[in-house]
Design a protein around this ligand. Structure first.
Ligand code: HEM
Length: 406
């Protein structure tokens, strides 16, 4: 293990890469041992802080003196390729601080309530079943990412927003391109422009005739009452797509891989399906697919945390993948154990920006993986794990493709 001294003048460069599909970057254990808050050196030569432990991660994510608003002129740019100030898109409240953030988030809370999710559940099940029917009809082998993991969240978001059935193919093909931004940036940016235009048209159609869906309700209750303008509404719909599509797809592909590789866990789940909810939580914790890239923050005042002083204006990154392997919070944190109790992980973040769609994500992952393994019990990998295309460089960790056979 590399030894890292706490705050010795920023010797440790950041960020670090994952090199194993089942582990956070190898350096995280040493960083965590060095301290809960450790000074690091960023690619552009600036220094700042990473938060390595679970308790301090929760503390930072609930501290009102920590900002996530990267449109601030004083927001520290620490990576090589960052623009000097990111323009803040209307409605994109994941990048906003209170009070603007809270006003917009509150408008969506009822859309993710337990009764609303109960209403969505039959549609999620139909979507999952339909995709498995198509995959089985096309025959073995298949790329599970393309045939299943990407379309599940894309079609569920269609259902949530009220995208008409006839437009599903268009929506899905553009969202797939948009997720492949790394592969071909030009096509990716083109797809983003097309989706935004599509969402704008969808809002315009809802203004004429609001349906019983998220956009219809926001038009009736917020747009017509003057609480929200059209740009912000489109931005909120776009945020749901950005935040809820690739994340869920990546956890589905990693979840399928993890369970294919663990036949004893699958056998246990078949015998006792009540274990599925613990399994979903453990997949979220264990893989921590959303790490530092989503948790870029700055201190707006000097704050004391974990024995360090973070000065106003300094950059702070929360290492969720480290916090979720913190031995102070989890016993045997590097073991995959579906019997852990509680939902203490920070895979959905913590505090005011904690994932708004977390219960929808749980419902999708549970329904999708449970149904997949029930209906295709012979599902197996069609390539060695060492040859699988993991997204080591992407902001959200996952798989580009998952070749399977049955
Ligand atoms: C496995 C799936 C998912 C994971 C791991 C995930 C993870 C996260 C994380 C870590 C954050 C906090 C970011 C921060 O603090 O800056 C977040 C925020 C958010 N997520 Fe998710 N997410 C998932 C699925 C979804 C889904 C399905 C939706 C909705 C369709 C969604 C909507 C949002 C929204 C709107 C926010 C912003 C909340 C706010 O700023 O108040 N997410 N998510």
């Amino acid at each position: 293990m590399t030894t890292i001294q706490p705050d010795t003048g920023a010797t440790q460069t950041f960020p670090m890469m994952r090199r194993c599909p089942y582990e956070p970057p190898a350096e995280y254990a040493a960083l965590r041992a060095a301290g809960p808050v450790v000074r690091v050196l960023f690619p552009n030569g600036l220094t700042g802080w990473v938060v390595t432990r679970h308790a301090e991660a929760q503390q930072v994510l609930t501290d009102r003196r920590i900002s996530t608003d990267s449109s601030r002129p004083d927001f520290p740019r620490v990576m090589d390729d960052e623009p000097t100030a990111r323009p803040l898109s209307a409605g994109f409240f994941i990048d906003m601080d209170p009070p603007e953030h809270d006003v917009l988030r509150r408008m969506l809370i009822s859309e993710f309530s337990v009764p609303r999710l109960k209403k969505m559940q039959p549609g999620i099940q139909r979507t999952v079943d339909g995709l498995i029917d198509d995959m089985l009809a096309a025959g073995s082998p298949a790329d599970l990412v393309k045939a299943f993991c990407l379309p599940v969240p894309s079609l569920v978001i269609c259902q949530l927003l009220g995208v008409p059935y006839a437009d599903h193919d268009f929506f899905q093909s553009r969202t797939q391109k948009f997720v492949q931004l790394d592969a071909d940036p030009t096509e990716g940016f083109q797809a983003i422009a097309e989706i935004r235009q599509y969402l704008d048209d969808l809002v315009a159609a809802a203004e004429r005739e609001p349906g019983d869906n998220l956009i219809g309700r926001l038009v009736t209750e917020r747009l017509r009452t003057g609480q929200l303008d059209r740009d912000a509404l489109v931005g909120m719909a776009f945020l749901l797509l950005v935040a809820g599509h690739e994340t869920t797809a990546n956890l589905l592909s990693l979840g399928a891989l993890t369970l294919i590789e663990r036949p004893e866990t699958l056998a246990e789940l078949t015998g006792d399906p009540r274990q599925w909810s613990g399994t979903v939580e453990e997949l979220l914790r264990f893989h921590s697919i959303v790490d530092w890239a989503a948790f870029d923050r700055m201190a707006v005042e000097d704050i004391q945390i974990g024995g360090q002083t973070i000065k106003a204006g300094e950059a702070v990154f929360v290492l969720a993948a480290s916090a979720n392997r913190d031995e102070r919070a989890f016993e045997r944190p590097d073991d995959f154990d579906i019997h852990r109790s509680g939902r203490r992980h920070v895979a959905f973040g913590y505090g005011i920006h904690q994932c708004l769609g977390q219960n929808l994500a749980r419902a999708e992952i549970d329904t999708a993986l449970r149904t997949l393994f029930d209906r295709v019990p012979a599902l197996a990998l069609d390539a060695p794990v060492a040859e699988l295309p993991f997204k080591y460089n992407a902001a959200v960790f996952g798989l580009q493709a998952l070749p399977v056979r049955w």
